[in-house]
Design a protein around this ligand. Structure first.
Ligand SMILES: [Ca+2]
Ligand SMILES: [Zn+2]
Length: 161
């Protein structure tokens, strides 16, 4: 099957390149090598042919800024960097990462394994001139305000149950 990097990660990588054009790319990666293919890895194409992870060389970038932007994006699932791992499901709290590769030379970024996340080309907030990560979406609106009623008229009945 033809395989491809998830479009959402294409957008992320292009933003990283635009933000830090002179960064080191020697530890970049996306498609898994033979060692990856022998085990479960987001670097292997999934059933849709999509590769849902990238590795970004740590040199020449602002890693905390990258991780903050990553975590703010709806497609993000987890990252691994410098012997630590953080996952959306646990509120992005850092835990020790004890895998054989300590990820000291690159940042691993995985998105959610879903077609929606793969195709989500929402910006990641890293373009030059943008101020930090994309702000969180506004809270969903509460119940509509009760319109002001003139005196002596029956108020709209509020549904509270
Ligand atoms: Ca490097
Ligand atoms: Zn990786």
């Amino acid at each position: 099957m033809a395989y491809y990097l998830a479009p959402s990660l294409r957008v992320l990588r292009s933003e990283i390149d635009a933000r830090w054009p002179d960064r080191d790319r020697r530890s970049d990666g996306w498609i898994g090598d033979a060692a990856h293919a022998a085990r479960t890895s987001d670097h292997n194409p999934n059933a849709r042919g999509s590769v849902d992870a990238i590795d970004v060389d740590r040199d020449g970038i602002d890693v905390p800024a990258l991780l903050a932007a990553f975590q703010a994006h709806p497609a993000a699932q987890y990252w691994i960097f410098d012997r630590q791992i953080a996952n959306r499901a646990t509120g992005w709290s850092c835990r020790p990462y004890t895998g054989s590769n300590p990820h000291t030379g690159h940042v691993h970024l995985s998105i959610r394994q879903s077609a929606a996340a793969e195709q989500d080309t929402t910006g990641w907030g890293l373009l030059p001139g943008s101020v930090g990560p994309v702000p969180p979406a506004p809270a969903p609106p509460g119940p509509p305000p009760v319109p002001a009623q003139p005196p002596r008229r029956r108020r709209a009945r509020m549904v509270i149950d």
